[in-house]
Design a protein around this ligand. Sequence first.
Ligand code: GLC
Length: 509
Amino acid sequence: MPESAPWWKSAVVYQIYPRSFADTDGDGIGDLEGIRRHLDHLQWLGVDAIWISPFFRSPMADFGYDVADYCDVDPIFGTLDDFGRLVHEAHERDLRVLIDWVPNHTSDQHPWFVESRSSRDNPKRDWYIWVDGSPDTPPDNWKAAFSAGAPAWTWDERTCQWYLHLFLAQQPDLNWRNPEVVAAMHDTLRFWLDRGVDGFRMDVVHALVKREGFPDVDNPWLSTDRFDEPAVHERIRGFRTLLDGYPGDRVSVGEVFILSTARVAEYYGNNDELHLAFNFPPLFAPWEAAKWRKRVDRVVEEFDPRGAWPTWVLSNHDNPRHRTRYGGSEARARAAAVLLLTLRGTPFLYQGEELGLTDAEVPPERQVDPGGRDGCRAPIPWDASPLHGWPGDPWLPWPPEPDTRNAEVERDDAGSVLHLYRRLLAARRNSPALRLGDWAPLPSPDGVLAYQRVLEDDRRVVIVNFTDDSHPLDVAGDCAVEVASDGVGEGEPYSGTVDGNQAVVLRRS
Ligand code: GLC
């Protein structure tokens, strides 16, 4: 049975932030052709799918998360033909392609909003959220994200109403209570499904429908009290029906930014809502075994009874990279790779973590993101040349040590972080237990997390030592080290001890 599970359960997804991945036209901003030219590298690495952050037409107030046309490629990134070629060549390499769908808001330059804003009686007025009020007092205490404490409402001088934006003022929220919006946005999904995409990462999908009356809330940035959850779930069931109507197991992975695993689990519905949802509490956990154990247990408790398949993510384009968060240590970053790729669920890698990158230090005069997220968006260094494989200076500074932490140098070094990721991905590919097996904790000393993954007669034991000290840990039966985070002892019998900051994958010898 499990081997016939949909592809996305055993896949590893690689997130591409296209501005920073690879440039081919010399404008310092990555493009779709740059992704196409590196598909061989991703295939060599051994990932199964890519998720590409937004590349749609956009004035780039939020670097593409402000969409002005859902059905076209921004000229900065290329053309629809470039996208077609990319999908075709990815599929030739057995790489699936997910794209980022941003349904909560459009750009204020989207023709829908331009019309909506033009007059109170425009037919698209009700496609966005407009409310009456006095120009001096926003309708409630909601705050806009990434906006230095500004309200989530902007007063429109011409038509004398407020419009809602959970993010920047240039990102007005769509009115998902309007059936015309639902239909138009369904069409945008079909547009890309018809072009062969394998699924969507759905941006802030838990937030689509707002609570009637827009009540004041305790936490004006994060509170889910701002949203009408029954209605949100109903909209998500609509997306699910649409996706499941296409052949080939198209997948939805929702960015459900709620820091409660129990609440995130609800977004899988009764196997009729999201196929996958990001669960961020582990991303925000410190590098401590006990904290991680608790986060993993929460996932088991909340997801298993629903048959919900977990996801794991350590880094993305919105947060400092995990190596940076964990103090910069390469040994920890390596151990974290073992953890990420051996828990039960679908792992998401963020471009550059396979190179062991830390965040760039971005001097104030080069900071561009209103949300302060530039550091993790630094360009990928492809080689040791002065421009690291880019045709011109990229839009953000390089991450630290690009002369050695780059794809070419690490590819030539069997001991590199890059090769560790490759060995881990190969180990997953060869082991049904690692891909789809059950997860069970094993007794372990403080500071160490040990677990086994089992599927029929395939079994792996994983030990992750979060501390700086060695720890003895007995595992029943003779085992050999299949992958070690530091490469030490691979292929040899397990010694009975894990070194400080080491993580190992063991198989029965
Ligand atoms: C999501 C994206 C983030 C973006 C925001 C608004 O959180 O990951 O990058 O700024 O939504 O679209």
